[in-house]
Write a protein that binds this ligand. Sequence first.
Ligand code: FMN
Length: 349
Amino acid sequence: MREILPTGRPALVLAPMQDVTDLPFMRVMARRGAPDWFVTEYFRVHRDSCLHGTLLRSILENETGRPVFAQMIGGDLPSLVRSARQLAGMPVAGIDLNLGCPAPIVCRKNAGGGLLRDLETVNRLLGGLREAIAGSFTVKTRVGYADPGEFAGLLEIFRRHAIDGLTVHGRTVMERYATPVHAECIRMAVEAMVCPVIANGNAVDCTTGLALLEQSGAAGLMIGRGAIRNPWIFAQLRAVFAGLTAPVPSHRDLLGHVIELYEETARETRRFVPDSHVQRMKKSLAYISHGLQGRFEYEMRRAQTPADFFGICRTHLDHDAPLPAQPPVGSKLFCGFEALLAPTSQGPA
Ligand SMILES: Cc1cc2nc3c(=O)[nH]c(=O)nc-3n(C[C@H](O)[C@H](O)[C@H](O)COP(=O)(O)O)c2cc1C
């Protein structure tokens, strides 16, 4: 990871998100102001798995000019080693292991965040993968399974295996997405690790991004839901890092983005069914419409057809008012983001 860190400013990374950060999404994000690198949605790895064709496209057809890491999730070492070797033969910047997914079905199989309950297995998997991966091997983790007090023990294991980069989503698995982030744990990782540490969780705009960087001391920021909501976030942060004023997009800019995202993802859908495509787009629109004035969010939840979808977008977005920088305070979708701005008064930052 160190070779692709930008010089003179923190790195900016698009977070991997299942069913969102696919090749069309990467392309559109690259046009809004690309992150420094991408990470694929996770490849599920088990004894009978083979690398998923659609996901492979974000590696094999990545023409964004930005590197992409391939992320794996699983708990079976021989299968992880087999998949890592296959992926390493492709144009990837490195291989990333997911130690954070909180989905019960994943955790029950002792994969993703579920592995954080079993440090011995984490130790064995990292040892085996480190030996098998000659290039960059990185880890994306949460700060523990049930309690951030577990993080010190995890860091000891990460240090033992000379990983090349560590991304820390500052919540425990059990906290899912429902709490502020523990920026102090990310700082612990920065202090403990030799490799670059990337901070993740609740950066929703420049102010919260800068606050997370300052509180953690991390080498970069990974941004997920905040980048769905505001695809200009990387361009804005880059401007701020350079001492410039961040561009402020308008509602009409957002309308253009939504249309482009719809068309780009539609073009890449093998069996395109218009109404199903609307349902798929609504997953991103939940973040995009969140907290915008009027009934946009409410009406979008009810959209069924492309005519509904575009009609609702045009009604609410076809004007020049600037977009709000942040989601509403108290937001359930971006839970606890405001704690980054007042770390002492609002609990863990
Ligand atoms: C819809 C969705 C899908 C996700 N899929 C993945 C994934 O495939 N791999 C992963 O490591 N994290 C995944 N995550 C977690 C994000 O990468 C990120 O750690 C989390 O959203 C916190 O960052 P944020 O506050 O910037 O969104 C996903 C999150 C969301 C909301």
